[in-house]
Design a binder for this molecule. Structure first.
Ligand SMILES: [Zn+2]
Length: 166
């Protein structure tokens, strides 16, 4: 089965976490029809991750659609881990969270556009070749990494934290 994913529009946040972990993850636009979404999954050899029961009823669905029952992001991550053996530290922070593009290393001159407090931490500076967003190992990435580490240890929190931004 594919280890590349296609999250439906209701699972944008889960899709971004999969990208943070390093998985090649497409996220369907809200406008995509069920049929278009399945066609994309087949064409790109992706596993559709969805909570939409209807998607499971298509002819292409067996082996191609993973129907999650969970509600919160933590519960979705737990269910996905259980059913797909996700390694949340597969290749952490190697993809753009917005575009899914593999990040590229950038020249040290660009460090000037990084806040000074983050510059002090050192580490790699990477850039998305599509949207040009910069990624560096600052506090934001550290907090995300903590969550990825927790998930990797199958430590999922039963709480509704949908308001917390990633
Ligand atoms: Zn990008």
């Amino acid at each position: 089965m594919a280890s590349m994913f296609l999250c439906d529009h209701m699972l944008i946040r889960l899709g971004r976490w999969l990208r943070a972990a390093g998985y090649d993850t497409a996220i369907a636009s809200g406008a995509a029809s069920d049929r278009a979404l399945l066609a994309q999954a087949v064409a790109e050899n992706r596993l559709v991750v969805t909570r939409d029961r209807k998607l499971g009823e298509f002819r292409e669905a067996p082996g191609r659609v993973l129907l999650l029952r969970a509600g919160t992001i933590e519960a979705c991550a737990a269910e996905l881990t259980e059913r797909r053996a996700i390694d949340w530290l597969y290749r952490p922070f190697t993809r753009c969270l917005d575009c899914n593009m593999p990040l590229l290393p950038v020249s040290p001159e660009l460090w000037q556009s990084v806040p000074e407090t983050s510059r002090a931490t050192g580490g790699d500076l990477r850039c998305c070749p599509q949207c040009r967003k910069l990624y560096w190992p600052g506090g934001h990435v550290r907090r995300m990494r903590h969550r990825l580490e927790r998930w990797r240890n199958s430590d999922f929190v039963e709480t509704i934290d949908e308001t917390r931004q990633m």
